[in-house]
Ligand binder design. Structure first.
Ligand code: C2E
Ligand code: CA
Ligand code: CA
Length: 412
């Protein structure tokens, strides 16, 4: 047989004239050509027809591996050729991880290729490959999933235009004074049919597409307008209240965002230092580029906060690699405080480390008075969580500013 099995050697050598695989063979693996040239041919009306020649860096034999159909052409070495074997598992694992729309595209392209070939060769057997990975059963799911996503994306675009995106404000408490020091802008989507859609879903969707750019600017502008209003209330003013705004990796990669942000802040007459840009470490941006972006944000007068510290991709090294002003410790470190003595010591250590690095420390997810007391004792600067308040519509947030005694009733 001309095709190696999954457990065969990871490379192959062919001499001139050697056949790698023949039309009709079972397809177990694909190949990357490292060196040499292969001629791909088929038989049409009794004649051998050369379809193409493939050289170094190209992949060959992938079609049959993906859809489990027999080889539709013959590959013959026309010079000494060295190949790297790509197993079915290596290909299918990657396809399984791909975006549903990409899976659908692969499926459609394979089907078109097969039926085109079928027409040329007049052989119906090529048209309906058997496959476990991209079978008709799962295709229905890809289509639904893929189309759902495209529909949601279109709806999000309309939602932005029709003002269905609402920005809520979650209060942050100054641990020392026990007063509201500022708010974090958190976005909500009120879908007319589906109801409230969580930012976990639609912000991720917006981040996957370029929609995060207009959505992000809308949120930024709305939050700036609101901060201006908050600061105009009696007893407050510039410097007395801040606004934290989430910035996603894609916005950091967009050189225009920070410039637009500065001009929006100015339009509302804000002190740029009253705006904290919250960034999360992510695989999507490299550290060096993020650090350059932070320098730019500082030059323009913004404060920068490292969000979700201790989760996801964040590591201790980030604390010296990124020149941030604030670090927000994720709520995962707060939840076990009551039950797990070691969690208390861990949090103590992290806070001490951050303070030694001259970072201002924010702790998220404060739900109990005892948690607030503990982080205050550790010297944290700001607290955020349901104990102080959930994210509130602008009017309710303003009411909290007008009547700070509401916090007293929470035993804060
Ligand atoms: P985040 O930036 O970490 O925001 C804090 C999240 O924790 C919010 O969820 C908030 O409601 C929730 N939270 C706050 N206090 C507590 C607490 O005491 N207990 C518990 N269990 N949860 C608490 P939300 O509003 O669902 O937002 C989820 C994430 O979506 C945010 O996480 C942020 O990453 C993202 N997000 C929201 N709005 C925007 C936005 O306008 N732009 C960007 N780029 N991301 C956003
Ligand atoms: Ca945040
Ligand atoms: Ca967070």
């Amino acid at each position: 047989m001309n095709h190696p099995q999954e457990n065969q050697a990871s490379s192959r050598q062919l001499a001139v004239g050697d056949v790698l695989f023949s039309e009709g063979d079972r397809a177990d693996c694909a190949y990357i050509i490292e060196d040499g040239t292969l001629e791909i041919s088929t038989v049409s009306e009794g004649q051998r027809v050369v379809i193409t020649e493939l050289g170094a860096g190209e992949i060959v034999g992938e079609m049959g591996v993906i859809d489990s159909a027999p080889r539709t052409a013959t590959a013959t070495a026309i010079s000494a050729t060295r190949l790297m074997v790509v197993t079915r598992n290596q290909l299918t694992e990657r396809i399984a991880q791909a975006d549903p729309i990409l899976k659908l595209l692969v499926k459609i392209l394979l089907d078109r290729y097969r039926s085109g070939l079928n027409t040329v060769k007049g052989d119906a057997s090529l048209a309906s490959p058997q496959d476990e990975l991209i079978s008709e059963d799962v295709v229905g799911e890809y289509v639904r999933h893929g189309i759902d996503k495209i529909r949601l994306e279109a709806e999000l675009k309309d939602a932005l235009a029709q003002g269905q995106l609402q920005v809520n404000y979650q209060p942050l408490l100054d641990c020392a004074t026990r007063k509201v020091a500022g708010f974090e802008a958190l976005t909500r989507w009120h879908h007319p049919a589906r109801g409230a859609i969580s930012p976990g879903l639609f912000i991720t969707l917006a981040e996957e597409t370029s929609l995060i750019v207009p959505v992000g600017l809308y949120v930024f502008e709305t939050a700036c307008a609101q901060l201006q209003q908050f600061q105009q209330r009696e007893g407050y003013g510039p410097g007395s209240l801040f606004m934290s705004i989430n910035v996603s990796a894609r916005q950091i990669a967009d050189p225009d965002f920070i410039v637009q942000a500065a001009s929006r802040a100015d339009r509302f007459g804000l002190n740029r230092a009253d705006i904290k840009l919250e960034i999360t470490e992510s695989l999507a941006v490299d550290m060096q580029a993020t650090d350059v972006w932070i320098d730019r944000a500082h030059e323009l007068g913004f404060q920068v906060s490292l969000d979700d510290f201790g989760t996801g991709y964040s590591s201790l090294a980030t604390l010296y690699q990124l020149d941030v002003d604030y670090a927000k410790i994720d709520q995962a470190f707060v939840r076990p405080l009551e039950t797990e003595p070691r969690a208390k010591e861990l949090l103590r250590g992290i806070v001490a480390l951050m303070r030694a690095l001259r970072l201002k420390v924010v702790v998220e997810g404060i739900e109990e008075a005892a948690e607030l007391d503990y982080i205050s004792e550790l010297g944290c600067h700001l607290a955020q969580g349901f104990l102080i308040g959930k994210s509130l519509p602008a009017d309710d947030a303003a009411a909290l500013l007008d009547d700070p005694s509401r916090l007293d009733s929470l035993k804060i």
